[in-house]
Ligand binder design. Structure first.
Ligand code: TPP
Ligand code: SF4
Ligand code: MG
Length: 308
């Protein structure tokens, strides 16, 4: 597979699939990520959406936002519904359709994890995407297990006390053929990952960093700036694990060098949700960032050993 080098090389086909004028807020990371995913997947796609902002934004036929088959699903049923659709199509001899669940972090890291784990264990041939806006946004910003330490939500009024759950690592532990992280700040990397996932058999898991201006208390025009700072500070790491082989990808490659990483304060202080962070919280989040990179280094050195 050749990786896309420039945005202008990418086909514009999402315009006819995910229609303009939908109800996402300005600067919504979910909206941007889905557009880029559809550019890669094309029209032979079925979308499964558990309860979430996306579920609502999709709207009601005949004014629905997608102009391709979709189904709104119960909160816990994202992976199970995709499994059923995949097998239903297969029984009819249709195997060239991408069956994709697009779920929020609440619908994945908390409520959908059992069905997702089951589908992964069975090796079901679907793409499961978690768009991670780090809280239950559609119901008014409640904390999820993907909310980072220190973030204010309506249920963590003084800032969340626990760290974010690392779901991509949990999915990699399922030994599925493809796990990737992505971000709206690196759309070509995101596009390439969906292109790759489309051609792999089995369960593909893609976890996307997707800013939410109202939930993160940022101006809508700063959505991509925040996403870029997540990468430059090393707080969000782009990688893929393909058949057990770990690779850093896209804009994260240069931040393997700790000296190149920007201070995490650059990333955190521009978001209102982190306004109550204490000096101890900053130190704790820095330790957390460093622990993520230690894990990356461990993965890379295992691989070096295996290649010898
Ligand atoms: C079983 C159940 N509990 C609660 C809800 C209410 N609900 C609908 S969407 C939502 C938040 C979803 O959060 P997330 O999955 O992170 O997606 P986001 O809204 O952030 O896009 C909740 C709590 C529901 N629909 N079903
Ligand atoms: S609340 Fe957040 S995730 Fe939901 S549509 Fe608005 S920006 Fe997107
Ligand atoms: Mg969410």
């Amino acid at each position: 597979m050749t990786n896309m080098k420039e945005i202008k090389e990418v086909p514009d086909i999402d315009r006819n699939l995910w229609l303009p004028g939908n109800a996402t807020c300005a600067g919504c990371g979910l909206d941007l990520s889905l557009r880029w995913a559809l550019k890669a997947l094309g029209p032979r796609t079925v979308l499964v959406t558990p309860a979430s902002c996306l579920n609502v934004v999709i709207g009601v036929w005949p004014k629905a936002a997608p102009d391709f088959p979709f189904i709104n699903m119960v909160f816990a049923g994202g992976a199970a519904a995709a499994t059923g659709i995949y097998h239903g199509l297969k029984a009819r001899g249709i195997e060239d359709v991408n069956v994709m669940t697009y779920a929020g972090d609440g619908g994945t890291t908390d409520i959908g994890i059992q069905g997702l784990s089951g589908a992964a264990e069975r090796g079901t041939n679907i793409i499961y995407v978690c768009y991670d806006n780090e809280a239950y946004m559609n119901t008014g910003i409640q904390r999820s297990s993907s909310t980072p330490l220190g973030a204010i939500t309506t249920t963590t009024y003084f800032g969340k006390q626990e760290h974010k759950k690392n779901l991509p690592a949990i999915m990699a532990a399922h030994n599925i053929p493809y796990v990737a992280t992505a971000s709206v700040a690196d759309p070509l990397d995101l596009y390439d990952k969906f292109k790759k996932a489309k051609d792999i058999k089995g369960l593909k898991y893609i976890h996307i960093y997707a800013p939410c201006p109202p939930g993160w208390k940022i101006d809508s025009e700063r959505s991509i700036e925040v996403a870029k700072k997540a990468i430059t500070s090393g707080m969000w790491i782009l990688y893929e694990v393909e058949n057990g082989v770990f690779r850093l990808t896209g804009k994260s490659k240069r931040y393997i060098d700790p000296k190149k990483r920007k201070p995490i304060k650059d990333y955190l202080t521009i978001q209102g949700r982190f306004r109550k962070l204490t000096d101890d919280d900053f130190k704790e989040l820095e330790k957390y960032r460093d622990s993520l990179w230690r894990q990356v280094n461990k993965e890379l050195s295992f691989q070096e050993l295996e290649e010898k």
